[in-house]
Design a protein around this ligand. Sequence first.
Ligand code: PRP
Length: 174
Amino acid sequence: MEKELLISKEEIQKRVEELAEQISTDYRGQEPIVIGVLKGVIFFFADLVRKTTLSTQIDFIRAASYGSGTTSKGEIRITKNVEVPVAGKPVILVEDIVDTGATLTHIIENLEQKGVASLRVCTLLDKVERREKKVRIDYAGFEVEEGFVVGYGLDYNEKYRHLPDIYILRDDMS
Ligand code: PRP
């Protein structure tokens, strides 16, 4: 696999600033709880939260899929839930990438059961073409096409997460 630069760290930071500005405007006067979906989200989450001008609380949630087939993700379970109380609070859910939408759908159901006052979704990357479950995305950084996207938290078999830029993996033969 060869990796080809897709989004540079400068482009990422510029877009993260824009998203943070938009979120800061939309939530002015509120103190939302920002929840990151581990673990691909970590760098995006850290950059985004620090660029907002809001007084936020942060927490994390983690989901894993089991028995996945070739086209679907299989059963999704929450393996680490949020710890701060979210009932009656405005919540912003932050993802690194939305693919089929299965993970997000499951997490949204979980948070809605906890009685959040409102819930918006922010994702750095949106792989629209692969969507299987309809999910509303309120803030999206970049739309990406099919293929393995790595770097800035995103992995391929746990590799490449540490890279500051985002790359697409290409088959050597193609
Ligand atoms: C990725 C990503 C989303 C999910 C998106 O996480 O962070 O949570 O997959 O896919 P979906 O829309 O098809 O459900 P992954 O399971 O790779 O875990 P990671 O963040 O720990 O790498």
